[in-house]
Design a protein around this ligand. Structure first.
Ligand code: 0O2
Length: 212
């Protein structure tokens, strides 16, 4: 490891993760309390492990003095949703927030990764209020469905266990499993739409009956 004081370096990232987790959990609670639709199922967050930061810096040839600007996912927030449509609602809510600045977006749902990975990523700049003043830190907000999260969690742990050495036929099966998870997402959305339409039809017909 280099001579950096990692404990101090990671402090603002830890603070950013804690604050953003509280804020997105509060957003869910508030929408529910207002009897509005809450597109957020649950929220998690983590600060990237030092070994993982160093691996990524090596892989992307990022010099040590540019880690804070060039590695965008040291602070990571994950927002899980029930439906694919919810992902876009959450992204829209984030775009309108005044407590962070959107830097850019990566749509790994339309352009899913070679591995089969699907998720919507927003890179944001979040100002952390430290004892030394305001400090902007980059954070990656990953928004995904429960099915996308199920796939990504297992694929990540298998890759980790086998140190990125998974044989091609296993990778192929993982890609197929990702497709199956996405089909499940689409089927769930379609079932939900059918229920919503049936409910609307029922409400409209009962209004007509009341008017008659
Ligand atoms: P950690 O610390 O283990 O959580 P990359 O080359 O993937 O690192 P890229 O392409 O710019 O960089 O992707 P991006 O948008 O920075 O996202 C990186 C993070 O997205 C990963 O963090 C994962 O959380 C997730 N991710 C990206 N690709 C995959 C994938 O194929 N499978 C799974 N399961 N997750 C993926 P790390 O690097 O795993 O860090």
């Amino acid at each position: 490891m280099d001579g950096r004081d990692w404990g101090k370096f990671l402090l603002p990232y830890e603070q950013a993760v804690e604050e953003l987790k509280v804020k997105f959990k509060a957003l869910r609670s508030e929408l529910k309390a207002r009897d509005e639709y809450a597109p957020i199922e649950f929220v998690t967050g983590r600060v990237k492990r030092i070994s993982s930061i160093l691996d990524k810096a090596r892989r992307l040839s990022v010099p040590m003095d540019r880690i804070d600007t060039d590695i965008e996912d040291i602070a990571g927030i994950r927002i899980m949703c029930q439906f694919v449509d919810d992902i876009h609602r959450v992204a829209e809510l984030i775009r309108h927030r005044k407590d962070l600045v959107l830097v850019y977006e990566k749509d790994y749902i339309t352009n899913f990764k070679e591995s089969g990975y699907r998720s919507y990523h927003l890179i944001v700049e979040y100002p952390v209020q430290t004892a030394l003043g305001s400090m902007p830190v980059l954070a990656e907000i990953q928004i995904r469905t429960l099915a996308m999260n199920f796939w990504a969690t297992i694929e990540h742990s298998l890759n980790y266990k086998y140190r990125d050495q998974l044989p091609p036929h296993v990778r192929d099966r993982l890609r197929k499993a990702s497709e199956a998870a996405f089909q499940l997402d689409n089927e769930m959305s379609s079932i939900r739409q059918e229920i919503v339409h049936a409910q609307q039809d029922f409400e409209e017909s009962s209004v007509i009956v009341r008017k008659v």
